[in-house]
Design a protein around this ligand. Structure first.
Ligand code: ATP
Ligand code: MG
Length: 651
């Protein structure tokens, strides 16, 4: 019996369009050449990436020191992330980028700002001097709790300039979550704002910081950006206005020459599965990984306007709004607010307004757009788009097709990128000029990455069976540990297989060697001895014309061991009744087989999601089996859905 059975049959294939392939930075020839090098000698491949994409003050003497599970990359090398994102675009070959837009920013109320590379360099240098003046030294941790405003990117880059690791906490988290993260990292300063705009209202960030810092003894300073002008309390001595400190700061601040392994940031994972972990990333390897992957996967060009809709509070924003994009000298767009303010077409309006060329978003957002209806994107000219991407969850093939057709106008390649907070950058992904795509598959590992699907005993499984997604060799962007908890680091990632990183995800490979991520291993359901992943059953449900979104979980059952319970969000115009339930059961049986037929179907207008938009199936499991305790819910986006879901029982 395989560890996870694969039921989904998806046969559509999309070849790269010839025009796209011809002009791609990584065309088919280059992809093949890089794959060969990556397979033969991954260290040499990454060293080549590090030379090509990163500027070093001092070259490394050793590419990799690997004492499992601890890796050191580019040992002896010295560099600086803010130097790579800014200074190098102001002199030499690329000096003309001085007046190119680095950040194009759109506020939720409709205000906007553009910072050129020269502007950003000046602001970052000044804020680095502000931090120094507040006594922040190399190695000190700085917590950042900010809305999506340019000052957030400025603060991050300023930290990297002086070697102070930042710990960004998503601004949607409560005071309590913020306090726990500040204390875990022992942050000396907190950078925040008076507030941020969200769905027309103001989120009161400073108030949350005041509450958090009450019980965070390590914090000496709080710096506050004025954004919304709502009143805030400023405690003398501790609290400072950003603009007051900046007015006096010098714009001369040479970047610190940092060791390749100097800590760059700590980031707490989004908490889909349990207690957040402080994931530690370092300088040279991470920068190499995100810069090279951004360039190759998004096929970045000099005249691109790139937009990733993630919040910078998540790893996607770190790696692919700020560091990987700016290091390539490309224009990155930042949007402050919600996708449905003031209208359901806000994203499409922004794409039209700025002529966005590359668009990177999450399946959860795409499913929401599907529910809202295609009339909203149809109102706008999206013809500037040339490449689309997704990240965060498996994308259901039907959602992929919608994205391809409605947003991409059938002409844009889609890169479905698999990675994690822990991996720092993208690991499994199409390369748009050289890899045919299949809806629902992240295709193949990036060159230099050794991904495989193992069975319980650590042997590669044979297609089409599923198993455990693992990484067999270290890679430059990999986490260097869990902050302050080496024991948990070993247990979580390195204990299932020897010297092999366990991702926690289930996957299978097809006969072309393509990877299909099937969801989290913890969510696998054991029905009459068949182990079934969540993604395939959900994809079967979502492929029904009346369904926008679905989540399935197992509930204990006397006969089958586990019965499948499906939580289904119908499309806006769907008739919700028992005949739809029947139709869905038949549909799942037809699509993937009777074994996956849900025993119970509950209709709901919303699913419980993390603040980064991912479905929290562990809560649904408790609800499905009628259990009271729902574990850690601090990362839940909307608490009220839990109560509503409890009432959704099939009669
Ligand atoms: P936590 O680890 O705290 O429970 P999390 O796993 O949701 O939270 P992230 O690091 O943001 O935190 O997410 C990584 C996970 O997201 C992956 O392990 C995988 O389950 C899922 N994922 C990301 N991208 C993809 C993708 N392209 N296809 C399928 N799954 C994906
Ligand atoms: Mg995870």
């Amino acid at each position: 019996m395989p560890d996870i059975e694969s039921l989904l049959k998806e046969t559509r294939v999309f070849k790269p369009a010839p025009e796209f392939a011809r002009s791609a930075y990584w065309n088919r020839k280059r992809v093949e050449e890089m794959r060969r090098l990556g397979e033969r000698n991954p260290e040499r491949f990454w060293a080549r990436m590090a030379k090509e994409h990163v500027s070093w003050f001092t070259p490394w003497h050793t590419i990799l020191k690997w004492k499992p599970p601890f890796a050191k990359w580019f040992v002896g090398g010295k560099t600086n992330v803010s130097y790579n994102c800014l200074d190098r675009h102001l002199t030499g070959e690329h000096a003309w980028r001085r007046n190119k837009a680095a950040i194009v920013w759109e506020g939720e109320p409709g205000d906007s700002r553009v910072l050129t590379y020269a502007d950003l360099h000046r602001e970052v240098s000044k804020f680095a001097n502000v931090l120094k003046k507040l006594g922040i030294r190399k190695g000190d941790r700085v917590a950042i709790y900010m809305p999506m405003v340019p000052e957030l990117a400025i603060a991050m880059l300023a930290c990297t300039r002086i070697g102070a690791p930042h710990s960004i906490v998503f601004a949607g988290f409560s005071a309590e979550s913020l306090r726990d993260r500040i204390n875990d990292a022992g942050a000396r300063a907190v950078i925040t704002a008076d507030g941020g705009f969200r769905r027309g209202g103001v989120i009161k960030l400073k108030q949350a910081v005041d509450e958090a810092v009450e019980n965070a003894p390590s914090v000496e300073h709080v710096v506050v950006v004025r954004r919304t002008e709502n009143p805030v309390d400023m405690r003398p001595g501790r609290d400072h206005w950003w603009h007051t400190l900046m007015a006096e700061a010098s714009s001369q601040c040479p970047p610190a020459r940092l060791d390749a392994e100097h800590p760059l940031f700590i980031l707490y994972t989004s908490g889909t599965t349990g207690k957040p972990k402080g994931i530690l990333h370092t300088t040279g390897g991470y920068l190499t990984h995100v810069t090279a992957t951004a360039k190759a996967i998004f096929d970045l060009r000099e005249d691109d306007t790139y937009w990733c809709t993630a919040d910078i509070g998540w790893v996607t924003g770190h790696s692919y709004i700020v560091y990987g994009i700016l290091a390539n000298g490309v224009t990155t767009l930042m949007y402050e607010g919600a996708p449905n303010h003031p209208g359901l077409d806000r994203f499409w309006e922004i794409i039209e307004k700025y002529r966005v060329t590359v668009f990177y978003t999450a399946p959860t957002a795409i499913r929401t757009f599907i529910r809202w209806g295609e009339e909203h994107p149809k109102k706008h000219d999206l013809s500037s788009l040339r490449l689309l991407g997704t990240v965060g969850e498996p994308i259901n093939p039907e959602a992929w097709m919608w994205y391809h057709r409605v947003i991409g106008g059938k002409r844009c390649p889609i890169v479905d990128t698999w990675w994690q907070t822990e991996t720092g950058g993208i690991l499994i992904t199409p390369l748009p000029g050289g890899v045919p795509t299949k809806p629902g598959s992240a295709t193949k590992a990036f060159p230099g990455i050794d991904a495989e699907v193992y069975d319980e005993d650590g042997k590669p499984v044979k297609p089409p069976n599923g198993g455990f997604l693992v990484l067999r060799k270290p890679w430059p962007g990999m986490l260097r540990g869990i902050w302050g908890d080496p024991k948990r680091f070993r247990e979580q990632y390195w204990s299932k297989y020897k010297n092999t990183y366990f991702t926690g995800d289930g996957a299978h490979r097809d006969r072309d060697g393509y990877f299909w991520v099937m969801g989290r291993v913890d969510d696998v359901m054991n029905v009459s001895g068949h182990r079934i992943g969540t993604m395939e059953v959900e994809s079967a449900l979502v492929s029904h014309a009346q369904v926008a979104e679905a989540a399935v979980v197992g509930r204990p059952d006397e006969i089958t061991g586990t019965a499948i319970v499906a939580f289904v969000t119908p499309k806006g115009d769907a008739e919700v009744d028992d005949s739809l339930r029947d139709a869905l059961r038949k549909h799942v049986t037809r699509e993937i087989g009777a074994i996956a037929r849900p025993a119970e179907i509950r209709f709901t207008d919303a699913l419980p999601k993390t603040r980064s938009g991912k479905i929290m199936r562990r809560l649904l499991r408790d609800i499905a089996s009628g259990k009271e305790s729902v574990g850690d819910t601090t990362t839940l986006e909307d608490y009220s859905v839990i109560a509503r879901l409890r009432e959704s029982e099939e009669s």
